[in-house]
Design a protein around this ligand. Structure first.
Ligand SMILES: *Cc1c(COP(=O)(O)O)cnc(C)c1O
Length: 400
């Protein structure tokens, strides 16, 4: 009897050939991108265990690239575990939902924080009949007010957007815990490298990885870190709700994270230089940089930030309204007028019409965000080139 087997049909060969690598003990310097949404096993018992999340079988349950990114973020945060999400907003929503809030429960959030977060929390609070209490957490009396509110959940931002105010996290954590609340700290502006928010009392350390952690504006993502007890329920909810980070995005974000510590050190040095040069210019009414001694929260920033004051600088153009601020953006030649932060490129934004766009004019006024406020995410170009571009654009506004 012939042992010869009929060669498989071309359609079958096209689908099954080239699907397993030869045995190898090589470890690639850069991890592979695991694009497969589903995997199979020779052993049905292994498949059975994988469906409980013990191995990789279906990426909504557990994906290779997200797991590697989670391991790296947890290592930077000094956390037991991390969970990555498809965006920073998805991460914020997951943390809010995980609290199991009941009607009448109270949530504290920054009065001067990220506008989209405020809008999201408003929506979730309306749906769940929860009370929102915005507080300017960098005000010294906010700790006392927080205690009086008796919240179940407190959200703080490590450095607020766009005024770069720095709340005293250990004091807020103490008050939140005394009231029985969980504290989530959105550390997007400082990154895990400059501020260890878990060590300063946060229960959840959250970041939009779209910003500094990725660093190259080529993938959206979010991450939350903390104890196993805090993070496991977020992962469980993610399996059902599907707020995943895709394999390519996780891979790009991990690639960016490799240089986060050296980037943050350089961004901080460049930002201090740019802030000092802006302060010397008479057309600038006010410069806000936590690394400058005259910043209202310089002392707190000195206590809580390590290895630099971050890459964000804000300033006010003397006498400018919206029209002059827009002309300033259009006069930039090197810096990009783009509404984000954390890139190797310098990104410049008009705060009132971009990050604070979703606030009402009254909320903007209360937060101290005027039409002449410009926010700069200082990049890794030559810091003098960055400063000179900003100064020549100010000159163009003054001339027009
Ligand atoms: C950008 C940002 C977010 C939202 O993150 P996305 O990745 O855009 O969803 C949340 N908080 C802060 C402070 C941010 O800057």
């Amino acid at each position: 009897m012939s042992t010869h087997r009929k060669p498989a049909d071309l359609r079958t060969r096209a689908i099954h050939a080239g699907s397993r690598l030869p045995e190898s003990s090589a470890v690639p310097i850069t991890p592979a991108i695991h694009a497969a949404a589903v995997s199979w096993f020779d052993s049905a018992d292994e498949l059975d265990a994988a469906l409980d999340g013990k191995d990789f079988v279906y990426t909504r349950i557990r994906g290779e690239n997200p797991v590697l990114l989670e391991e790296a973020v947890a290592a930077l945060e000094g956390a037991e575990a991390s969970a990555v999400f498809g965006s920073g907003m998805a991460a914020l929503r997951a943390v809010f939902d995980a609290q199991g809030l009941a009607p009448g429960d109270r949530v504290v959030l920054p009065a001067d924080g990220y506008g989209a977060t405020r809008a999201l929390f408003k929506r979730l609070a309306d749906q769940q009949k929860v009370e929102l209490h915005p507080l300017k957490l960098s005000d010294p009396d906010s700790v006392e007010r927080l205690v009086a509110i008796r919240p179940r959940l407190v959200l703080a931002e490590s450095m607020t957007n766009p005024l770069l105010l720095v709340p005293d996290l250990p004091a807020i954590a103490h008050a939140a815990h005394a009231a029985g609340a969980a504290l989530v700290v959105d550390g997007t502006f400082t990154s895990p490298c400059l501020q260890p928010t878990l060590a300063q009392g946060a229960d959840y350390a959250l970041h939009s990885t779209t910003k500094w952690i990725n660093g190259h504006s080529d993938a959206t993502g979010g991450v939350v870190s903390g104890s196993h007890a805090r993070i496991d329920p977020l992962r469980g909810a993610r399996v059902l709700e599907g707020a995943l980070l895709g394999p390519f995005e996780a891979w790009l974000t991990l690639r960016g994270l490799r240089t986060l510590p050296v980037r943050m050190a350089a961004h901080s040095t460049h930002a201090l230089h740019v802030a000092r040069r802006l302060r010397e210019d008479g057309r600038v009414a006010r410069v806000l940089y936590p690394g400058l001694p005259d910043h209202p929260d310089h002392a707190t920033a000195r206590k809580l930030l390590h290895g630099g004051y971050g890459g964000m600088v804000a300033f006010e153009i003397g006498g400018a309204g919206r029209a002059e601020s827009f002309r300033f953006l259009e006069a930039l030649r090197l810096c990009r007028p783009a509404p984000s932060l954390g890139d190797v490129t310098t990104l410049v934004m008009h705060a009132a019409s971009a990050s604070a766009r979703r606030l009402t004019p009254e909320e903007r006024a209360a937060a101290g965000i005027g039409e002449n406020l410009i926010r700069v995410s200082v990049g890794l170009e030559d810091p003098d080139d960055i400063a000179e571009d900003l100064l020549q654009a100010l000159q163009a506004v003054a001339r027009s």
